[in-house]
Design a protein around this ligand. Sequence first.
Ligand code: FAD
Length: 246
Amino acid sequence: MDFRLHYPTTIAEAVAARRSTGGSYLCGGTVLLVDHYNGKRIAQDLVSLERIEELHRIDEDEETISIGSACSFSQIEKHPAVKRYLGALYLSAREIGGPQIRNRGSIGGNYASASPASDMIAPILVLDPEIVMEDDLIVRFVFRKDEKVRSAFRKVGKRTALAVSSVSIAVSNRDGVYRVAVGSCAPKVVLCSRTSEVLSRGEGIERAKDTLMGEISPIDDRWGSAEYRRAVVRNLLERLVEEVSR
Ligand SMILES: Cc1cc2nc3c(=O)[nH]c(=O)nc-3n(C[C@H](O)[C@H](O)[C@H](O)COP(=O)(O)OP(=O)(O)OC[C@H]3O[C@@H](n4cnc5c(N)ncnc54)[C@H](O)[C@@H]3O)c2cc1C
């Protein structure tokens, strides 16, 4: 198939190009082009985000850290404010793919792919940024800089590097208010609101684990059995709650 590549330099041009062509945005291409080479039909018009400088920047002010949607995992992992304030996001950026994928894959592409195994979605759900959109383009994620928020992330796969997550989990805690999100245990990454409430009400970790079991629906597949996933996620919940409560 011959693709028609578009290289807008502004957000407005990108939105207009996608609308007029009915094509897809193309960022790092680590999902879209892999789909194409695997025989999946993808759009013929690809609107590249490569030349829109604003999408590739991490900006910081006194209150916020604003991450452009085209920022790579490597960029995110290396930013000192991300490590300091956004622990769960930092840990997920370090663990995604191998170096090549971390240099090309973007936070926006990870979120827009909406795969149950998209590792950045659980950290995003527990850190709860403002997501700035322009039409259907994700522009940036604006996180609050809050010294009181502690967060952590863990993924478990079949091997340490380059593994699709069998389970991923992120937990945050701000002054005893918890948020829990779990990946690879349902058709999409789930923000587990009932488990978060049980923890925030101080009802104890065993009750939280039991509640979590009712909020996920893992399946047996080549990355793990449902039973294995349930056992792992119970253990990880306890470990991460301990970490963010110290
Ligand atoms: C070998 C390999 C290993 C991988 N390992 C992992 C892993 O460990 N964990 C993990 O989570 N993922 C992994 N991935 C998947 C992938 O790298 C990520 O999901 C990545 O974040 C996708 O970003 P991208 O910029 O490459 O997206 P693209 O492929 O460019 O786009 C993906 C989708 O998002 C849309 N899109 C992109 N940017 C935007 C935007 N700003 N606004 C709206 N829509 C947008 C595109 O139109 C497309 O539909 C792996 C992939 C490969 C090939």
